[in-house]
Design a protein around this ligand. Structure first.
Ligand code: FES
Length: 107
Protein backbone atom coordinates (compact mmCIF):
# COMPACT_ATOMS: atom_id res chain seq x y z
CA UNK A 1 0.00 0.00 0.00
CA UNK A 2 1.46 3.40 -0.96
CA UNK A 3 2.27 5.98 1.67
CA UNK A 4 -0.59 8.54 1.86
CA UNK A 5 0.13 12.03 0.57
CA UNK A 6 -2.27 13.69 2.99
CA UNK A 7 -3.49 12.81 6.45
CA UNK A 8 -6.76 14.17 7.79
CA UNK A 9 -7.20 14.36 11.54
CA UNK A 10 -10.73 14.74 12.88
CA UNK A 11 -11.19 15.57 16.53
CA UNK A 12 -13.37 12.89 18.06
CA UNK A 13 -13.17 14.15 21.62
CA UNK A 14 -16.22 13.89 23.85
CA UNK A 15 -16.72 15.75 27.12
CA UNK A 16 -19.39 15.29 29.77
CA UNK A 17 -22.72 17.02 29.12
CA UNK A 18 -22.70 20.65 30.22
CA UNK A 19 -18.92 21.02 30.04
CA UNK A 20 -18.15 24.70 29.30
CA UNK A 21 -15.84 23.90 26.38
CA UNK A 22 -18.17 21.43 24.74
CA UNK A 23 -16.59 18.94 22.39
CA UNK A 24 -16.38 18.05 18.75
CA UNK A 25 -18.45 14.91 19.32
CA UNK A 26 -21.23 17.20 20.54
CA UNK A 27 -20.84 19.14 17.29
CA UNK A 28 -21.29 16.19 14.98
CA UNK A 29 -17.76 14.81 14.65
CA UNK A 30 -18.96 11.23 14.16
CA UNK A 31 -21.19 12.10 11.20
CA UNK A 32 -18.40 14.27 9.85
CA UNK A 33 -15.92 11.39 10.05
CA UNK A 34 -18.29 9.01 8.28
CA UNK A 35 -19.01 11.52 5.54
CA UNK A 36 -15.30 12.13 4.99
CA UNK A 37 -14.64 8.41 4.74
CA UNK A 38 -17.46 7.95 2.23
CA UNK A 39 -16.43 10.95 0.13
CA UNK A 40 -12.76 9.95 0.05
CA UNK A 41 -13.73 6.46 -1.09
CA UNK A 42 -16.26 7.70 -3.63
CA UNK A 43 -13.73 10.02 -5.25
CA UNK A 44 -11.04 7.38 -5.47
CA UNK A 45 -8.68 9.10 -3.03
CA UNK A 46 -8.35 6.21 -0.60
CA UNK A 47 -4.78 5.40 -1.76
CA UNK A 48 -3.55 8.94 -1.17
CA UNK A 49 -5.48 10.18 1.85
CA UNK A 50 -5.38 8.76 5.39
CA UNK A 51 -8.16 9.58 7.84
CA UNK A 52 -7.86 9.37 11.63
CA UNK A 53 -9.98 10.30 14.61
CA UNK A 54 -8.05 11.97 17.42
CA UNK A 55 -8.48 13.27 20.93
CA UNK A 56 -8.81 17.04 21.49
CA UNK A 57 -6.83 19.09 18.97
CA UNK A 58 -7.11 22.32 20.97
CA UNK A 59 -9.48 24.88 19.45
CA UNK A 60 -12.61 23.30 20.93
CA UNK A 61 -14.76 26.40 20.59
CA UNK A 62 -14.12 26.25 16.83
CA UNK A 63 -15.17 22.58 16.53
CA UNK A 64 -15.73 20.31 14.92
CA UNK A 65 -12.03 20.58 14.21
CA UNK A 66 -10.27 19.04 11.23
CA UNK A 67 -6.57 19.30 10.36
CA UNK A 68 -5.01 18.36 7.03
CA UNK A 69 -1.32 17.43 6.95
CA UNK A 70 1.28 17.97 5.58
CA UNK A 71 -0.45 21.24 4.67
CA UNK A 72 -1.10 22.09 8.35
CA UNK A 73 -4.47 23.55 7.41
CA UNK A 74 -6.87 23.82 10.35
CA UNK A 75 -10.60 23.84 9.77
CA UNK A 76 -13.26 24.68 12.34
CA UNK A 77 -17.01 24.50 12.56
CA UNK A 78 -16.92 21.70 10.02
CA UNK A 79 -20.08 19.72 9.41
CA UNK A 80 -20.88 16.84 7.08
CA UNK A 81 -22.25 19.21 4.43
CA UNK A 82 -18.83 20.89 4.17
CA UNK A 83 -17.11 17.65 3.22
CA UNK A 84 -17.63 17.70 -0.57
CA UNK A 85 -16.11 21.18 -0.77
CA UNK A 86 -13.10 20.21 1.36
CA UNK A 87 -12.50 17.09 -0.68
CA UNK A 88 -12.90 18.76 -4.06
CA UNK A 89 -11.23 22.08 -3.36
CA UNK A 90 -8.50 21.08 -0.91
CA UNK A 91 -7.73 17.41 -1.36
CA UNK A 92 -8.16 17.25 -5.13
CA UNK A 93 -7.24 20.79 -6.18
CA UNK A 94 -4.88 21.92 -3.41
CA UNK A 95 -6.96 24.98 -2.55
CA UNK A 96 -7.98 25.16 1.15
CA UNK A 97 -11.55 26.21 1.90
CA UNK A 98 -11.00 29.71 3.25
CA UNK A 99 -14.40 30.12 4.90
CA UNK A 100 -13.69 27.21 7.28
CA UNK A 101 -10.16 28.11 8.36
CA UNK A 102 -9.56 28.40 12.10
CA UNK A 103 -8.06 31.80 12.94
CA UNK A 104 -4.33 31.54 13.66
CA UNK A 105 -4.79 32.93 17.18
CA UNK A 106 -7.28 30.19 18.05
CA UNK A 107 -4.83 27.33 17.32
S1 FES B 1 -12.89 18.91 21.61
FE1 FES B 1 -12.37 19.01 19.49
S2 FES B 1 -10.76 20.43 19.42
FE2 FES B 1 -11.13 20.15 21.53
Amino acid sequence: MPRPKQHILVCGNRRPPGHPRGSCQDRGALDLMLRLRDEIEARGLIENVALSSTSCLGPCEEGATVVVYPDSVWYGGVGPDDVPEIVESHLRSGKPVERLLVPEEAI
